[in-house]
Design a protein around this ligand. Structure first.
Ligand code: GAR
Length: 198
């Protein structure tokens, strides 16, 4: 069975959407482990509920942190790493261990609004269309090859909360879809572009 490793820092609703897609049979894979950088991450409760191995890894280990995460994922036979609300910039040792095998979900239409508080950045800028992006992770911040995107309207009167909720619905659709395409070998990377084979 194809093995996915998930990294999360908080609520873990994207982690849940992956679990649900696996449980429904839409994705033929298993979550080999959840790694968190936060001992109170609600994602851990979700892992417990679904009997998924979970590890809290303390980021205080600094320089060796990403070596330790890479070792843990390798030891567990992980083939794809899914960042699911992991609020850190992933560093070289992990990227080198899983080249073009780490995916991230970002709550904006990249390359706009990289980094933190993407939904607030979109509101502050005044864009009329927002959305989310699944991309491979490279050494930049939210710069890797784009796999899937989905757009939502920004409505007058939107707050950060209402816009984030609208975007989150799309996240829960496109992240499992991107993971499924990867597992089925339908993503071909050429330079910074991802060709999705139908
Ligand atoms: C999601 O909106 C995700 O796109 C975002 O954090 C939220 C996590 O929610 N990620 C980033 O901003 C990464 N830079 P979740 O914990 O419920 O999946």
């Amino acid at each position: 069975m194809f093995r996915i490793g998930v990294l999360a820092s908080g609520r873990g609703s994207n982690f849940q959407s992956l679990i649900d897609s696996i449980d429904s049979g839409a994705i033929k894979a298993e979550v080999a482990c959840l790694i968190t950088d936060n001992p109170d991450a609600y994602a851990t409760e979700r892992a417990k509920r679904h009997n998924i191995p979970h590890v809290y890894m303390n980021p205080a280990s600094k320089d060796m942190y990403y070596n330790a995460i890479a070792d843990e994922l390798t030891r567990r036979g992980v083939e794809l790493v899914a960042l699911a609300g992991f609020m850190r910039v992933v560093k070289k040792p992990l990227i080198a261990a899983f080249p073009m095998r780490i995916m991230n979900i970002h709550p904006a239409l990249l390359p706009s609004f990289k980094g933190l508080h993407a939904q607030r950045q979109a509101l502050d800028y005044g864009v009329k269309i927002a959305g989310c992006t699944v991309h491979f992770v490279d050494e930049g911040v939210d710069t890797g090859p784009i796999i899937l995107q989905e757009a939502v309207p920004v409505l007058s009167g939107d707050t950060e909360e209402t816009l984030s909720a609208r975007i989150l619905e799309c996240e829960h659709r496109i992240y499992p879809r991107a993971i499924k395409l990867f597992i089925e070998g339908k993503l071909k990377i050429t330079g910074n572009k991802v060709i999705v084979e139908q």
